[in-house]
Design a protein around this ligand. Sequence first.
Ligand SMILES: Nc1ncnc2c1ncn2[C@@H]1O[C@H](COP(=O)(O)OP(=O)(O)O)[C@@H](O)[C@H]1O
Ligand SMILES: [Mg+2]
Length: 355
Amino acid sequence: MDEKTILDFLREVRHPGQGDRNIVELGMVNSIDDEGGKVTVTLGFPKRRDPLTEYLVGATRAALIRNLPAGTETEVKAVVNEAAPEKKRQNINELGLDQLGSVRHIIGIASGKGGVGKSTVAVNLACALARLGYKVGLADADVYGPSVPVMTGTEGEQPGAVQEGTQELIVPIEKFGVKWMSVGYFAEKGQALIWRGPMACNALKQMILQVRWGDLDFLLIDMPPGTGDIHISLVQDIPMEGAVIVTTPQAVALADVEKGVNMFRNKSVDRPIFGLVENMAWFTPEEHPEEKYYIFGRDGGAGMAAQLDIELLGQIPLVQSIRESGDNGEPAALGSRPDGLAFVELAGKLAHKLG
Ligand SMILES: Nc1ncnc2c1ncn2[C@@H]1O[C@H](COP(=O)(O)OP(=O)(O)O)[C@@H](O)[C@H]1O
Ligand SMILES: [Mg+2]
């Protein structure tokens, strides 16, 4: 395949910190090597450390995988274009911990599996904490299905970048009094799905560590569903204080909750679980807000909490308006309906528990 064709593929890769211009236009493609069966692209970055390096390497690789014939091996390298000055380079962790230095509580929102309403709870909990007067941020770490942009009506927004000393930092999106950051702001639809293993992991950590969070009382991390290596690595590298586990009440969910709990309780992680949130605890029809139908069984969450020795921190009903407000980007926790207030109550309990 000729270089020009490959270069055209690379035009799909946009630099979110550079007014969304593509990497070809920005002159970042240093070289393309096609050895027949393997394509190697080298990207050149200016001497300053670009906080989006990892992201751009991942996005470039994704563009190659998307466009090249199946089975073609791909490699993307990042180099510094100008000779780096002799100043000491900080590694990502040092950089990041700096940024998290004025965050009081970093809390993972986790679940054993997807679809239980983890993101719904995370987004509403963030809004509810802000409503109670706390300074709040939320990092959507679900590389495989970032849903925070849609749930907050910030889809299509572009986080800016600022230079602070020798560091370039990502500026979170602010709305409803909460600072939001999501992999979704940087990835084209579907692109996130291509990220795998270490690549996803690195992009993720950057989305959390190299962000100008400023002073926060709470930083919530909407963890990806599941309990694999990426989760353990995330909990180890981000100084999470502990976790809140989200579940639905069915008896079959117990095994998943247990996996989620063990992820934090295992020896190499060893962080406390602040509580269990039972989502979809009962069904309440829109027109009869006082009625409760225990369609998934009653007291499932309380049973699980007792069995795993964690506190049942809150119960959220299954109501159509919670789904609708998620789809419309206006979190239910901003309103005064009973379901919205359930999140405010949950927020109060969590804040109280953490002092
Ligand atoms: N309490 C609830 N009432 C109504 N719909 C809900 C509730 N919790 C979640 N949902 C809906 O269920 C779907 C999955 O929720 P989501 O938060 O994306 O789950 P997860 O992050 O665990 O995959 C979404 O469409 C969401 O709007
Ligand atoms: Mg989710």
